[in-house]
Every structure is written in structure tokens, then in C-alpha cells.
Ligand binder design. Sequence first.
Ligand SMILES: Nc1nc2c(ncn2[C@@H]2O[C@H](COP(=O)(O)OP(=O)(O)O)[C@@H](O)[C@H]2O)c(=O)[nH]1
Ligand SMILES: [Mg+2]
Length: 192
Amino acid sequence: MKITSVEFIKSAREPSQYPKDSLPEVAFAGRSNVGKSSLINTLVNRKRLARTSTTPGRTQLINFFTVNDRVSFVDLPGYGYARVPRSVKKEWGPMVERYLKERKNLRLVILILDVRRDPSEGDLALVEWLRFYGIDSIFVLTKIDKISKSQVNLRHHKIGEHLGVSDDKLVCFSAKTGYGKGAIWKVIERIT
Ligand SMILES: Nc1nc2c(ncn2[C@@H]2O[C@H](COP(=O)(O)OP(=O)(O)O)[C@@H](O)[C@H]2O)c(=O)[nH]1
Ligand SMILES: [Mg+2]
């Protein structure tokens, strides 16, 4: 998709604060510091739309963006960062689950994983919710520039098995090289 406009709409904690529009929504989820902001920025060709890594784990709100007045990107709060206060951690689960459960606009969840790491507890909790609520999803294995091609292939296979998802749901990506950007847009375009 050729990007003509990207607009930050608002931050929200609960459904009454979500935008009132009916644009199809793609939500991005992942452990803090996994590269979620970098992925969003790469997809929309912006350097600093979604804030990259200042204090990981601090974004604890749901952030809504509109792309080309045609699709909304939703940046869900990251999880699993040790230095986040307990009160904030406790809020994460209900806030995210409620969004997944109640948001009518939601069409696709993109769960981002570090290609070098095994899925965390938070990742697995999300996978459970996605299955339970029957939400369409794909999994992006990011930071592939950090390991060799043969290692990427091994990890791709291993993570697929761990999550119990088929290969076509796992997309390799690098924010550094842009690899995988086209494949992810293809999936997004299908739902817009
Ligand atoms: N080498 C490499 N570094 C990345 C990639 N994606 C993100 N990073 C780095 O990982 C750190 C966390 O990225 P960020 O996008 O802020 O993660 P977030 O907390 O999930 O939003 C930053 O230092 C990024 O520059 C990638 O594909 N390759
Ligand atoms: Mg971020």
C-alpha cells in the first residue's frame, strides 16, 4: 500500500475511550522491547510515529493510528518487562483482553516475536486469547538480521512448533533491512 497519510488518533485504556469510527483494525502485540514500534514505523515509512525504545514497558495504553483513512493500526501495550511496576503489570492483562474481546473493528492481530527467543508466558497467553476469541492472527519473527539465514530457518520451524501454528502464519522480518515488509502488507491488505 502506498502510504499517503498516517495520523495518531488517541490513546485509550478502556472501550468507552476507543475511537468511534468503524475502520478495520490491525492490532500489534508483543513483549516490551521486541521491536513492535520499529515494525509499525517500517510499515508506514515513518521514523518516529510509534516511539521506539526509550523506556521499554512504559507505554501502558492502547494507541490508535489511522493509515490512509482506510485502516487503523493499534499499538497494544508491551508485556514482560521486569522493571514495570506491579500495578502497571496487573493492568495489562485485563486491558488487552478486553480490547481483544470487545473491539468490533478488530480484524487482525500481529504478534511480534524475537526470532532468537522462545515464546514467553505473555506471548503464550496472547495466543490463547486469540484462539479463544477466534481472532485472525499472524506471527512476525523480527530481528532476523541478527542471526544467519540457516539459524533463521531453524528458529522459524521451532517457534512454529512451539506455538502450534502453520508456516504460512509466521513471517520473518527485519526493521533494519526492511525484509518481510511486503509480505506483512499483503496480509493487511486482505482485511482492508
Ligand atoms: N537489529 C535490529 N534491531 C531492531 C529491530 N527491531 C527493533 N530493533 C531494536 O530493538 C530495540 C527495541 O525496539 P522497539 O521498536 O522500541 O521495541 P518495542 O518496545 O517492542 O516497541 C531498539 O533498540 C530497536 O532499534 C530489527 O529488526 N533489527
Ligand atoms: Mg514501543
